[in-house]
Design a protein around this ligand. Sequence first.
Ligand SMILES: Cc1cc2nc3c(=O)[nH]c(=O)nc-3n(C[C@H](O)[C@H](O)[C@H](O)COP(=O)(O)OP(=O)(O)OC[C@H]3O[C@@H](n4cnc5c(N)ncnc54)[C@H](O)[C@@H]3O)c2cc1C
Length: 656
Amino acid sequence: MPHRVKSPHPFLLLQTSMQSLFLHSLAFSPISQIYQEQVTPDSFAATPFDVLIIGGGTAGLTLANRLSATNTKVGVIDAGIYNTSGDPLLDVPFNPGAFIGDPTKTFYMDPAYDWSFFSVPQAHLDGRSIFYPRGKVLGGSSAINNLVWQRGAAYEYDNWGRLIDCDEWTFDELLPYFKKAENWTRPTNMLIDTLEPSPELAAAQGTSGHVQTSYNTFRTDIDVAFAEAFLNLGLPLSPNPDDGDSKFIAQAGSADSVDIQSGKRSYAAPAYYGPEVRSRDNLVVLEQAVVSRILWDETTLDTDAVRANAVEYIVNGTTYKVNVTREVILSAGSLKSPQVLELSGIGNPDVLEAAGVNVIVNSTGVGENMMDHLLLVTDFVVNDGVLTLDWLTNNETFLAEQRELFTSKGQGAFTYAGRLTAPIPMQDLASNGTAELQPLIDSLQADLDSRKSTPLHAAQHDLLKKMLDSGDIGFASPIALPRGGASGGPFDPNTNYVSLALYYMHEFSRGTVHVGSSDPEASPLIDPNFGDFQWDLDASRVGAQWLRKWAQTEPISEMISGPNFPPLNVTSDEDWDQFVKSTVGTISHPIGTAIMATRELGGVVDHRLKVYGTDNLRVVDASIIPLTVGAPIQQSVYAIAEKASDMIIADLNLSC
Ligand SMILES: Cc1cc2nc3c(=O)[nH]c(=O)nc-3n(C[C@H](O)[C@H](O)[C@H](O)COP(=O)(O)OP(=O)(O)OC[C@H]3O[C@@H](n4cnc5c(N)ncnc54)[C@H](O)[C@@H]3O)c2cc1C
């Protein structure tokens, strides 16, 4: 029996050992004002909705906003709440714990914010269980994510169209929706001062959307040095990563979902569920309720398009039912949407029968095809006197200044979000280019040839392999984060660190998410199956070795005294392989578990996101994404939901 380790990935917890200071909630009202408190489980059940959205997360609230702007009555059910007077733990972009005076405080593993899932023990990772945080508040995972705001490459989105055999899902078709979602603010400083923002950059952005996006205005000493070291490694800075060629660090750094005016996180709840939307009579949101299943019109059960007519939900152990006249939209996210489908009788009959659920629609793709981005984190000790964000936890003068700056102007270190991160092709990360990479790629090909893949996996692998061979698509993203305590290695609170992480974005392995029982409140069985293809771990190792090379390049090398974790004696490929195997986790971008693909390929939803075999059930969230994108995925999820809103308005003939 492999040893099972159950602890969150340290990168996510961003732990520090500093003791509590004092409670600061300067920028926030102390009174917790929960909206819609008049909505009760009974009142919600009393009137039927035209459209019922399961999950008020990133996609769910986008849909709620757009659909309730029409003449339709919309209901939303979410397990979490929204504190409309603000919550510093969610709103402060960087180290909110330090801001409120308790650097150990975080939303991770807190049941008021996080579903806190763990994977099953991973067969290829020494039996470790991987921590899967998921937002359990209105706004969903956009409320607890790392705020990086990026798009992938055009080719990656065009792959979606290839798998659904439809040109409605291409980069060009999605571009208007990327723009529709965002209110972009021009960068005020570039990573290197002599650069100016390219005129084309603005053309790829939207400036009237709901999600506020901007670039860090706060720079630490090492940000510039890392950008210069990147250039010294012979890699370019990209003038415009948002118009389809996403590779290489952007000249302005990556954008973030941060409101430039307030310095606060911009996420789905404040963005799409503001005061005007909350006041709409035709939108009702029920909080703190867990949907258990979708119910069906009995007269349609023997047809090839079963019809949803109600949704069942649980509040404090009591089960309620609300009727739905037109559509049910499932937006519970990649780890919960397959669970709701299966508990509603849609899935693989073997899985359903084992869980004691009657089969309504035989759909073997439900809960299959899970894809994710793998994360590993290294860190380095920084020389004394170099400004990093560790100063927030080991320098009280700096902390006080930055608190004041955030509170009075919405600026400073507490607004910091990932800036130095970008997809890089494997050929640019390998130390000897193709000479190092080719044997690994040959092994990958042999692995692919030896497997009996499903038609879907074969099609996906073919597309991934083409991208890999092209050398023109980013496969792994380095992240430079100017603070320590994230690698899981030794940590001294009085030392300053820089963490260099890498996330590998185009895994060949495929995992699953299925129900383990008929209990809707039980965690689904999550098996990302990381490392099933050795290539995924090999590529992560190549990237990890490149991180050390980056840190050893001038001028950043002059600010770093040496590696902390893994230590300097980790040098051989075998050492690095072991490091990867024993530390790799997830950066929390699971997708594909209710996949959009043709029915022949085993898809779960069609090109209008309707569940095959149903008349009026759609899935709209990250679980429909048919193939990995080389970027964090929130911007893609918002764009999917914006596009789906237009589709639903057209299909249901709704008017404003
Ligand atoms: C820790 C973390 C860091 C991340 N960092 C980044 C980043 O920096 N940049 C980026 O682009 N992306 C990032 N992501 C990914 C991105 O935030 C998510 O992929 C995206 O928000 C998912 O949107 P969704 O609508 O699919 O699901 P969610 O936003 O998770 O919404 C699902 C909603 O459904 C609700 N729900 C689920 N089941 C039920 C049920 N049975 N009954 C009632 N309600 C239910 C949940 O409470 C939740 O509100 C990160 C994600 C995480 C978790």
